[in-house]
Design a protein around this ligand. Structure first.
Ligand code: PLP
Length: 415
């Protein structure tokens, strides 16, 4: 197990005051993680010494940039248990999900088909399917929860037993409830009842906190974002099973330079090289490099250790916050790694935004609102929640500071 105090030293941004006399305590890592020095330096180094466009030149810098792009892709793919050719770099998780809708959905769905998703999804994993349904005539079924914490498995099974289920999309770790979904069980229900249906796993909040292996998970598509896993903003990934990516089921959805084989005035053919075929235009080489560096940083800590550390924090936060009068913690009770990454709560007499603002005045950064899960909030009757979320540099001392900030809340509201 690593020492988070030592890990913290790699993140210079955390060494500052939020307000005079109030050291910054960053508990908003589910929104975006901070970046270690090595990631920032790798990107700086690229722009200072290696920058050129990729695959298009025959000069030394272009060769170097192309090589860095390819090796970064290989590293990131390896980190999530995928083959290099199965990974398509995108700008973020949202763009990766849109890529599935445009690259697969538009060519494989029609009126009468069914997409199954769940009420705990981030908007990115719901709105994209709503729009795809509008364009294709498919229908969206949204599975509800059990105990305001977990996917209702009976309802899920019923949904995937419907005729013409073609796509099933669900989140690995909920960004609001913290719930770690039973992927194996969900996948086997889909494979049993909805033969041939494609499965999308939103791994935006799992890749930063636990070991994730694309092939072991046995899904068809996996999406994630670099900025939540210590990497830079502006890069994410869509992982597609190789045989699916090679087949005519999956088509490019961005067109232009870099992805073609031959172009005439009226028609064009597209590259057979998968790395080119799905990467139109100039890629973000520096960010790919930064993300590969973030993967190395996480590898050095060991993802099993990262998960253990994270779960310790979740348990500790759950226990400490439970003691605060008037506070209800949402999501499952922590047990056997059933939740990771964050702890969100509701105060019975202070609005989530007021809570976050007062907590911020004590130097502690948390998030309030619906966390891009409005349907979940509506289903559970919550107006807004406040969320503390963690990463490898988070410590129990950070959580103590959050708990201490409630003294100020109580003082202001006379509680
Ligand atoms: C579970 C989940 N899915 C998708 C997203 C969207 O990520 P991005 O905004 O980086 O595209 C997020 C972001 O919070 C998330 O938590």
């Amino acid at each position: 197990m690593f020492d988070p105090q030592q890990v913290k030293k790699h993140f210079p941004i955390l060494d500052q005051e939020a307000h005079p006399g109030k050291p910054l305590v960053y508990l908003d890592s589910a929104a975006t993680s901070q970046k270690p020095k090595s990631v920032i330096e790798a990107m700086n180094h690229y722009y200072l010494t290696d920058n050129a466009n990729v695959h298009r030149g025959v000069h030394v810098l272009s060769d170097r940039a192309s090589e860095l792009w390819e090796t970064s892709k290989g590293k990131v793919a390896q980190f999530i248990g995928a083959q290099k050719d199965e990974l398509i770099f995108t700008r973020n998780t949202t763009e990766a999900i849109n890529g599935i809708a445009y690259g697969w959905g538009e060519h494989n769905l029609q009126k009468g088909d069914v997409i199954v998703s769940t009420i705990m999804e981030h908007h990115a994993n719901l709105v994209v399917w709503q729009e795809l349904c509008k364009r294709t005539g498919a229908k969206l079924l949204v599975v509800g929860l059990q105990d305001e914490a977990e996917i209702n498995l009976a309802e899920f099974e019923k949904a995937v037993r419907q005729p013409n289920v073609k796509l099933v999309a669900f989140v690995h770790v909920s960004n609001t409830l913290g719930t770690v979904n039973p992927v194996k069980e969900l996948v086997s229900l889909v494979r049993k009842h909805a033969k041939g249906a494609r499965i999308v796993l939103d791994a935006a909040q799992s890749v930063p906190h636990m070991p994730v292996d694309f092939h072991q998970l046995d899904v068809d598509f996996l999406v994630f974002g670099g900025h939540k896993m210590l990497g830079p903003m502006g890069i994410g990934g869509l992982v597609v099973r190789l045989n699916l990516l090679k087949s005519s089921e999956m088509q490019p959805w961005l067109f232009g330079g870099g992805m073609i084989q031959a172009v005439q005035a009226q028609t064009a053919t597209y590259s057979d090289d998968l790395s080119e075929r799905f990467t139109a235009g100039t890629p973000d080489v520096a960010s790919a490099l930064g993300l590969a560096e973030a993967c190395k940083f996480l590898d050095n800590l060991g993802m099993e250790n990262v998960m253990k550390h994270d779960f310790e924090l979740v348990k500790y936060a759950f226990m400490q916050l439970s003691r605060i009068k008037g506070l209800k913690i949402i999501g499952p009770k922590p047990k056997n790694y059933n939740r990771l990454g964050s702890v969100a709560f509701i105060h019975d007499s202070v609005h989530a935004h007021d809570l976050a603002q007062i907590i911020d005045s004590e130097g502690v950064a948390v998030r309030s609102g619906h966390h891009c899960t409005m349907p979940l909030h509506q289903a559970c009757g919550w107006q807004a929640t406040t969320r503390a979320s963690f990463n490898v540099y988070s410590t129990k001392t950070d959580i103590d500071a959050l708990v201490k900030a409630f003294d100020r809340v109580n003082q202001i509201f006379g509680l």
